[in-house]
Write a protein that binds this ligand. Structure first.
Ligand SMILES: Cc1ncc(COP(=O)(O)O)c(C=O)c1O
Length: 370
């Protein structure tokens, strides 16, 4: 029994290492022993530069919302979803009926995949792009049409347009693109969407748009039949573990997606929704994170260039760079220094991605690979 408990503690320790639990301790049941919490802390001093999380977040207001509202977790509290949807509708200049909440934008991407797969055909996606979620499309039998990026690692809208045909059910645009950090010009994107959304769903993933000054495409969802925008609180708002994201689309599409979601708008916990509501009020936190990210990103790019690593100009909280001229074993250097980094996305040119952490973390990262 004791062995099983130890194994379990080890597993969750590995899974959530690094999470600061100071506040939780004071709320916990007295029967929890100290070693329970010790196992949750980041004993290995790992540096997380792999998943594009916000190293500073959640915002102080979101943290307060979690702690202040822990005692109402016994209630379903459906009204909280209504409040959050109303706040989001104001922020994104749409109506409440244009929004659907999900457990991270991943749940929304999944719903879109299921919806699109009701009808067979193909889908179009840039390569490389954020494609973990497309496994659902593949499993439901849709054909994947990958479209290479331009040589400067931008999404090639023209080439995508050329492969769209009458069987294309979905075109996915990650803007800015993960892993490359490049962005499509808004006007070009609007033109693209206008051309194809008559017959094909266009899914615009704006997970990283908060790191740019570009305006969301949310204001055009009601002008076109088939546009879906996904957004998340996981990146700029620092709520990756709280799992909260949402879709913006016209009412018909939202209704179709919500038919596939058994607990409409309520797969996200009340606490996460309250934290999201609080985060939306913390403009200061967002602008601080924005500036810190820009500053640390620039430092990192400058240092990577000194190491002969070509870098793609980034519009996000990560950097896409080439290891082609880097002469050490990059991944070994990371491992030796307890740094979780990315992987190779394109063999040709050995392109990899690193998340922009705090300045202190990026200094350790640069030192590790020097
Ligand atoms: C482009 C993009 N979209 C969506 C997601 C999913 O994020 P979440 O489910 O945490 O909202 C990620 C996560 O890394 C991402 O990079």
């Amino acid at each position: 029994m004791e062995n099983r408990r130890r194994l379990w503690l080890k597993q969750i320790g590995l899974g959530i290492a690094g999470i600061g639990l100071a506040n939780v301790k004071s709320y916990a049941s007295p029967v929890m022993s100290e070693d329970f919490f010790d196992n949750l802390e980041n004993h290995n001093n790992l540096i997380f530069l792999r998943s594009n999380e916000n190293p500073y977040g959640p915002s102080p207001l979101a943290r307060k919302a979690f702690v202040d509202n822990a005692n109402i977790s016994n209630r379903y509290n459906w009204d909280v979803a209504t409040q959050l949807i109303s706040d989001l509708a104001k922020r994104d200049s749409v109506k409440e009926e244009n929004i659907l909440l999900g457990a991270g934008s991943t749940e929304i991407l999944d719903l879109v995949a299921k919806f699109v797969s009701l009808d067979k055909g193909n889908y179009v996606i840039a390569d490389p792009s954020y494609d973990y979620w497309t496994v659902t499309l593949d499993n439901f039998g849709l054909t994947k049409n990958k479209v290479l990026l331009t040589t400067d690692k931008k999404i090639n809208l023209q080439a995508m347009l050329e492969v769209v045909n009458q069987d294309t059910k979905l075109v996915y645009i990650c803007n800015p693109n993960n892993p490359t950090g490049t962005i499509c010009e808004r006007e070009a994107l609007v033109e693209f969407v206008t051309k194809i959304s008559q017959n094909t769903i266009v899914l615009i993933d704006e997970a990283y748009l908060d790191f740019t000054k570009q305006q969301s495409l949310s204001n055009i969802v009601n002008d076109h039949n088939n546009i879906i925008i996904t957004k998340t609180f996981s990146k700029m708002y620092g709520l990756a573990g709280a799992r909260i994201g949402y879709a913006i689309a016209n009412k018909t599409i939202i209704d179709n997606l919500d038919n596939l979601q058994s607990n409409t708008n309520n797969s996200v916990s009340v606490l996460s929704k309250l934290a999201a509501i609080a985060s939306l009020k913390d403009d200061k936190f967002v602008s601080n994170c924005y500036l810190l990210n820009e500053n640390v990103r620039q430092y990192t790019i400058n240092e990577l260039k000194k190491l002969n690593c070509e870098c793609i100009s980034s519009n996000t909280n990560f950097i896409y760079f080439s290891l082609a001229k880097y002469n050490k074993d990059y991944f070994k250097q990371l491992e030796n220094n307890n740094i979780q980094g990315g992987r190779i996305y394109e063999e040709q040119g050995k392109w990899t991605r690193i998340t922009v952490g705090k300045m202190s973390e990026m200094k350790k990262f640069i030192k590790a690979i020097q």
